[in-house]
Design a protein around this ligand. Structure first.
Ligand SMILES: [Ca+2]
Ligand SMILES: [Ca+2]
Length: 242
């Protein structure tokens, strides 16, 4: 009896070993759903602009039946599609406030436990170009007088809570052609209106070289704050060549 039991035990072990060694039908075990999602598009935009994001996705040969875009976790609507193992979807995002937004694209496979996949990008929204008050001195520029050591002086005021102390002086250009001198600069209130102004100077000869004679010649000064906000402002001067 004892040896028969031992044989039974051996046969049982053999049967279990065989069962483990022989794989079941391939269709019985699907691999977990997995996907690759790549989101492209402009992720640094100005308030008021629209960025179009595109999600290109592909799966491990398993059908996707639904997708959605999310903004900071809030769905922008679940879309049902005919099952596909790869595809592309676009989303137009027009933010209404500055800030960073997490934009997520999510897809679903319909049966498996681990059945969804998602990918996110951060869209950074900054103010557009803010308007600066710009006063150019002198008000009349004689381009026949040779620049000499004189400069063209520019006073810049910002509003809407922006601070001229945050202006990156190296970003300041006159008519996109003449860069502000790195020194001297000063923050004061030269016009006494209670709004701080930043004074910068431009090489006079360089300014004269790009201007044409006229009674009302527009000069535009542009630049950026350290947070990336852009500003622009214009003044009219008279340019003479006696
Ligand atoms: Ca002026
Ligand atoms: Ca002022």
């Amino acid at each position: 009896m004892k040896s028969r039991n031992r044989i039974k035990s051996l046969m049982l072990i053999l049967a279990v070993a065989l069962a483990m060694a022989i794989p079941g039908p391939a269709s019985a075990v699907q691999p977990p759903f997995s996907a690759t999602i790549i989101i492209t598009g402009d992720t640094t935009i100005y308030l008021g602009d629209t960025t179009t994001l595109t999600a290109n996705w592909s799966t491990n040969a398993q059908d996707v039946t639904r997708y959605e875009w999310q903004v900071d976790g809030a769905t922008q609507g679940v879309v049902s599609i005919t099952g596909a193992s790869a595809g592309s979807s676009t989303f137009d995002f027009t933010p209404t406030a500055v800030g960073d937004y997490e934009i997520t694209f999510r897809i679903w496979h319909h049966v498996q436990t681990q059945r969804d996949a998602s990918e996110s990008v951060i869209v950074e929204v900054t103010e557009g170009v803010i308007t600066a008050d710009v006063d150019i001195k002198p008000d009349t520029l004689n381009i026949g007088s040779q620049g000499g050591e004189n400069s063209v002086t520019c006073y810049i005021e910002l509003h809407q809570g922006y601070d001229v102390a945050d202006i990156d002086v190296s970003s300041i250009w006159l008519n996109s052609q003449v860069q502000a001198q790195s020194s001297p600069t000063a923050i004061g209130d030269y016009d006494g209106d209670g709004v701080p102004d930043l004074m910068v100077k431009f090489d006079r000869q360089a300014v004269e070289d790009i201007l044409v004679v006229g009674d009302e010649v527009e000069i535009t000064v542009t630049g950026a704050l350290t947070d990336g906000t852009l500003f622009a402002g214009s003044d009219l001067i008279t340019v003479i060549d006696p």
